[in-house]
Design a protein. Structure first.
Length: 345
């Protein structure tokens, strides 16, 4: 009888030989994501792990069980146990911006706080929803190429200008927030009307990052040329990072020429992504960073299961293999780069 495909948390990887930095993670989303996941186990295995199972169930029957829902402190501790000692928490809607600000303030001076810096922005897929204005109705929503109808939330009653102003106010008041992001453009989830709103939002975030001398974290999905055009026309911030880089070697050459940074996530380990690995080979190692984008984009061989910063070593090892350099060197160089981009933790 085949083993059921597990859906829960992967086992912790072997610890890294030196510390590493998760350049981009969503701590606010990890627990809610985990609450929605159910693992499928044989009854005997579920009993062994201490789960309640239906009375009289056969040992070989399948049963759905909840998975662990970690706290922020759990996530930080799990990551530290495998060498991932620092991370950048990214809040990219108004609710997550406030959550990030509160987290960094509430954990100041603690072990958890010492592992964290922040980045905040209005995500490109959020921008068109704010752009509809406070009287937005669902019949004004636009379906993008993904075929999904966006969902209006109470936060979208805030105008886009006011939402960006709130981001700016949070950044100015919190010295632990060191980046504007993730911002950029996403043509996969946005229709034609939303593209111009995204572009205007992106330009406003670029200007804010330059005004405050902060790093910029870019979200670019199916919008490579559009993002590059804005950066070249408006002038990119000195420290510009393509989060979860998804371009090819030619785009990496442009990034190299401009001095931009590329951050690689789990997809660099996926078998089909030869173009992504070719891009990794193009970049100087000191302009490469690593990230999880947790709870999403879990690296091979755990694609489709929940992600968290403790799984970053899989991506770090992939980078080392693709570049043909020792693992400890990748840890050292990418960590040094993260500190150069964001400052001291």
């Amino acid at each position: 009888m085949p083993k059921p495909r597990e859906r829960g948390w992967p086992a912790a990887p072997e610890a890294l030989p030196a510390v590493a930095v998760d350049n981009h993670t969503h701590l606010d989303a990890i627990a809610p994501y985990a609450q929605g996941v159910r693992d499928r186990l044989r009854v005997a295995e579920a009993r062994r792990r201490g789960y309640e199972v239906p009375a009289g169930a056969d040992d070989m029957d399948l049963v759905e069980v909840p998975i662990r829902v970690p706290s922020v402190a759990d996530v930080v501790a799990d990551a530290a146990s495998v060498g991932v000692t620092r991370m950048v928490q990214v809040g990219c809607d108004l609710d997550a911006v406030r959550w990030t600000d509160d987290l960094l303030n509430e954990t100041a001076g603690t072990a958890v706080g010492g592992a964290l810096l922040g980045a905040v922005a209005i995500h490109p897929n959020e921008a068109p929803l704010h752009g509809l204005g406070p009287d937005a109705a669902e019949d004004r929503l636009e379906i993008g190429p993904d075929g999904l109808l966006p969902t209006l939330e109470p936060r979208h009653a805030t105008s886009l200008d006011d939402a960006i102003a709130q981001v700016a106010a949070v950044v100015r008041a919190n010295p632990r927030i060191r980046a504007i992001g993730e911002t950029g453009m996403d043509l996969f989830r946005t229709g034609p009307r939303g593209v111009e709103i995204q572009r205007a939002s992106f330009r406003a975030h670029v200007a804010l990052a330059k005004e405050l001398d902060l790093a910029l974290q870019i979200h670019d999905r199916d919008a490579h040329q559009e993002v590059i055009d804005v950066l070249l026309a408006d002038g990119a911030p000195e420290r510009t990072v393509f989060h979860c880089f998804s371009g090819d070697a030619e785009m990496a050459r442009i990034a190299r020429e401009q001095g931009w940074y590329l951050s690689f996530a789990g997809p660099v380990s996926f078998a089909a992504n030869d173009d992504l690995r070719a891009a990794l080979r193009v970049m100087p190692l000191d302009h490469v960073m690593v990230e999880t984008d947790a709870p999403f984009l879990t690296p091979h061989p755990y694609r489709g299961r929940p992600n968290a910063p403790y799984l970053l070593p899989h991506t770090v090892r992939t980078v080392a293999e693709v570049r043909g350099v020792p693992l400890d060197e990748v840890c050292r160089v990418t960590s040094s780069t993260a500190q150069r981009v964001y400052g001291d933790w």
